[in-house]
Structures are given as structure tokens and as C-alpha cells.
Design a binder for this molecule. Sequence first.
Ligand code: RP5
Length: 162
Amino acid sequence: MADPVVAIIMGSQSDWPTMKEAALILEELDIPFEARIVSAHRTPDRLWDFGKSAAGRGLKAIVAGAGGAAHLPGMVASKTRVPVIGVPVQTKALSGVDSLYSIVQMPRGYPVATMAIGAAGAANAGLMAAAILANSDAALAERLDRWRADLSASIPEVPSDD
Ligand code: RP5
């Protein structure tokens, strides 16, 4: 197994059904990744260790998903220069707007590239990580171009009643 170049981290096991969408994209594009539960609030030491070691371990992008008081993406961005792509997980109480606002409003100096709320955001986070890596990986660039062309080709031009 190749060393992971992308990490998918999430605040809780309950985030996995959403964050799995990012994992499926990375699998489709043949990008080695790891998935970990790292909570800003419940496992702060794990978060610190993860952030401190991310660049040295060869990670090129981090997809970080959390819901509610979603501090994980921002906190990890404060510990590493590896690009962080944030996924606001949909919540019951506030539909994920809480997650979105918690992730997107970073102070100057520590950016998090914030995706849409929920599953589409997680899938797009996988694609964004792939796009970052494709800048320096010609074979991956080709796979990503093909993936995009296939998606385009799958969209019918005429709507159907079926
Ligand atoms: C956050 O709290 C997690 O990212 C999750 O979205 C939310 C709820 O976590 P659980 O109570 O389901 O473990 O830290």
C-alpha cells in the first residue's frame, strides 16, 4: 500500500456517512488516503499530533469534516501548512448552517477552503484534493480530466419522464 497523500479527518463516527463521499472519489481516482476520527473538542491531543506531523508524513491535502461547532478544519489549519479543505456536515438542529459558518469564517492568515454543506461538499472536497495533487502529477491529471469528461457525458440533453 502506498503512503497516504490525502487525509480525510472528521470530528465523529457520525460524520463518516458524509465523509465517505470524499473517500469514494479518492478511491475512484486511485489516490492513496487515510481516514481518521480526530475531534477538536473530544481528542485535542490527537488533533495536535495529527497537525504537527501532517507535512512531514507527506500529506499533500487534508479534507476535514465536522458538524455544529465545527472547529476541526480551522484548528488543523492552524497547525499545518498542508492545504485544508473543510466540509460542513449537515446537522439536525441548524441544517449545517452552523457548521458552514464555523468553518468558513477563518481569520486572515489561516485559510480553510470551504465546500458546500453535506454529501456534495464532501465529494467536491475529494475532487478539490485531486485537483491540488494533479498540478504535479500528470497521470492523475489525466484521470481527473477523464472523470470530469465522463460526468459531462452522463448528463442527458433532454429531460425524461422516467
Ligand atoms: C462534531 O459534533 C462532529 O463533527 C459531529 O458532526 C458532531 C456531533 O458528533 P456526535 O455527537 O454525533 O459524535 O464534533
